[in-house]
Write a protein that binds this ligand. Structure first.
Ligand code: UDP
Length: 443
């Protein structure tokens, strides 16, 4: 009896709408980009070759790039390089799928052992590749349209019904589904009727080698921040769903009650989604609220600088209306910075209420102003939270996430009743051909 390989040899990762090499924190690039790249790096360290397929968005994008040892990024031409709105991407899925299938066809049969798709657009392509190659499909939704629509910010555009139909199809077609939290697993079951037996809950992580406590004074000096102020940071894409306006309004309310409060709000990130129509809307809001001199804006920062942002801050606020997980919350805590977060989605897992930070129900400005005042005015409590935060963050590492994904891949392989890398899928391929012939009346 031959022993069954415990992991795939080569995985095709599909990330249609955003490249893992893009700068996160603006446009369509955020936690998913970080997730795709970091898990690929960790899988490669465990001997799994990873090829990430993404849509080329510049004529300067080479066809293939090495992102890390064992990790390739393949930039597939599908539609115009620039100016294609995310909502128009479904029109290019056919072209993208063709690019992925053609790439595989250039290699010997059985080149990829498994497809892992991220976000529903990629699931649509992954499902086709899975059928064509006769390999398992593992899918991570990252966000769900129905969940997002249930907690929209004022003025935010609801996700279209077409996305929900697409998500439903991908859930039905996937061999395994990876959910960030048990809550999300429940949503997949409730909303899309997913079979609970095919869901694996795998928590995302943070780069704990990079994000760790450090010299706060040096970080403040590097960023030009006053050492005497209490810095509350918002880090992420500036869009209604992330609710940076809630933080500004709460800060304005808190300062109106106590003008002597040494509060500085630091906003790090760039416009995204509907925010793009008025990229300066948040700066205008700070002025309208009369707190422009208390708010510092920084453009999206690369990880090496972001670590200094977290270290320089006394508190990181994550007021999002909806958040599948919230990597920023983990990264901040890993740096020893407490988090004040909305009690939504994965943030309830990412933050330990009353131990590493505080969770606020809802988005009433009064509640947020009260929470802000109570934390900024109680340095001892902040210091206690700061001491516990890195200990809590330690349980979220990309190493851990990669191990969870490997378990999911193993189960996916077993479910399809095939072993990895044995060429068995050619059998299934033949069966597929046979089926096709039969429906055409050839046999
Ligand atoms: N990020 C970054 N630079 C910035 C702002 C954000 O690199 O200026 C990264 C941040 O480190 C995090 C990700 O963007 O890993 C945001 O992930 P999160 O899950 O918090 O939010 P998402 O973008 O997925 O909604």
């Amino acid at each position: 009896m031959t022993s069954q390989p415990s992991r795939p040899h080569r995985v095709a990762v599909i990330s249609v709408h955003t490249s893992p090499l893009a700068q996160p924190g603006t446009g369509d690039a955020g936690g998913m980009n970080v997730y795709v790249l970091q898990t690929a790096v960790e899988l490669a360290r465990r001997g799994v070759e990873v090829e990430i397929f993404t849509r080329a968005t510049s004529s300067a994008d080479p066809a293939v790039q090495q992102a890390a040892p064992g990790v390739l990024v393949r930039n597939i031409e599908a539609g115009p390089f620039e100016g294609l709105d995310k909502h128009d991407l479904p029109t290019q899925l056919c072209a993208f799928a063709a690019g992925v299938l053609r790439e595989e066809a250039r290699h010997p049969q059985g080149y990829y052992d498994l497809v892992h798709s991220h976000y529903w657009l990629s699931g649509q392509v992954g499902w086709l590749a899975r059928d064509r190659w006769g390999v398992p499909l593992v899918h991570t939704a990252h966000t769900l349209a129905a969940v997002k629509n249930a907690s929209l910010a004022e003025g935010d555009t609801p996700e279209p019904a077409a996305r929900q139909i697409g998500e439903q199809q991908v859930v039905a077609e996937s061999d395994r589904l990876v959910a960030n939290t048990a809550d999300e697993a429940g949503q997949l079951e409730r909303i899309y009727g997913a079979d609970p037996a095919k869901i694996d809950v795998v928590a995302p992580g943070a780069d704990l080698n990079r994000y760790r406590p450090g010299d706060r004074a040096a970080a403040r000096a590097e960023l030009g921040l006053d050492p005497r102020e209490t810095v509350v940071a918002f880090v992420g894409r500036i869009q209604p769903l992330k609710a940076p306006d809630v933080l500004l309004e709460a800060a304005a309310r808190a300062l109106a009650d106590d003008p002597g409060m040494p509060l500085r709000v630091l906003v790090v990130g760039g416009p995204s989604g509907t925010g793009l129509e008025r990229p300066d809307a948040l700066i205008e809001l700070a002025s309208a609220l009369g707190i422009a001199s208390r708010v510092t804006f920084l453009p999206p920062q690369p990880p090496d600088r972001l670590v200094q942002v977290y270290r320089a801050s006394d508190l990181v606020a994550v007021p999002s209306y909806s958040e599948s997980f919230g990597l920023v919350a983990i990264e901040a805590q890993a740096c020893g910075t407490p988090v004040l977060a909305a009690n939504v989605g994965g943030l309830g897992v990412a933050v330990r209420d009353g131990e590493t930070g505080m969770l606020v129900d809802g988005h009433r400005i009064d509640d947020w102003a009260t929470a802000l005042r109570s934390l900024v005015g109680d340095p001892d409590r902040l210091a206690r939270f700061a001491a516990t935060a890195p200990v809590h963050a330690e349980s979220f590492s990309w190493e851990h996430t990669a191990e969870g994904l490997l378990d999911s891949y193993r189960r996916a392989g077993m479910r399809r009743n095939r072993t990895f890398g044995t060429g068995e899928h050619s059998l299934r391929r033949q069966r597929g051909v046979w089926k096709l012939r039969r429906t055409r009346g050839v046999t």
